[in-house]
Ligand binder design. Structure first.
Ligand code: 16G
Length: 189
């Protein structure tokens, strides 16, 4: 349990020290101006999702990605606690504007434990979203580079993502490819 800036009890989804273990110099992207996870830009802070982010616009941010629905704080907290209790599985990272105290970017690395590949695990990058008004600040790139390196750091033998045609080019910048002979299939309910 942490205290936020107002001394209110808060809780991160995972121990953020793992983000500092990632060697960001290994990423092949170039940043101009130079930004890093520990220094993502003026008045910006990159960190694990916290319970208080419900009040900082996290759900509204996700609405810029897809349908979210009317999620109450109780529902949010219940889901948060379930994710948090699955150790080493959910890494939801957010970027907060510390001037407005709003969450303006987020991405998830979900890690699935496997028996295959010598009891390895695989990663999935999910729910990548940067607020419309913060585009062009390299924040999507920063989130993608960080979570891709994190997936390797936690021992994933592969990491994948699903995306629309228009952003295939963006994700290919990070080494993601449409593998020949592999198909993404989906059934919606
Ligand atoms: C995109 C997202 C995926 C998200 C989905 C929601 C990335 C890389 N991909 O495919 O994570 O869950 O959109 O769309 O962020 P849906 O509501 O149509 O499933």
């Amino acid at each position: 349990m942490n205290l936020d800036a107002n001394g209110v009890k808060d809780e991160p989804l995972f121990d953020g020290s793992i983000l500092t273990e990632v060697d960001f110099t290994l990423c092949s992207s170039t940043y101009n101006p130079a930004i890093t996870p520990t220094n993502p830009g003026e008045n910006l802070k990159l960190r694990p999702l916290c319970k208080s982010d419900y009040e900082k616009g996290y759900m509204e941010l996700l609405q810029q990605l897809t349908v979210v629905g009317d999620v109450t704080y109780e529902q949010f907290e219940d889901r948060f606690d379930k994710m948090s209790s699955c150790k080493n599985s959910y890494y939801i990272v957010v970027i907060e504007d510390t001037l407005t105290n709003r969450v303006i970017g987020s991405a998830t690395l979900a890690v699935e434990q496997k028996f295959i590949h010598q009891c390895s695990s695989r990663g999935r990058i999910e729910d990548v979203v940067v607020d419309n008004t913060y585009r062009g600040k390299q924040l999507g790139k920063l989130l993608l580079d960080l979570l891709t390196l994190l997936s390797k750091h936690v021992g994933c033998y592969k990491v994948s993502l699903e995306c629309k045609d228009k952003v295939v080019g963006f994700y290919s910048n990070f080494g993601y490819i449409k593998e020949e002979g592999q198909n993404y299939m989906c059934r919606r309910f």
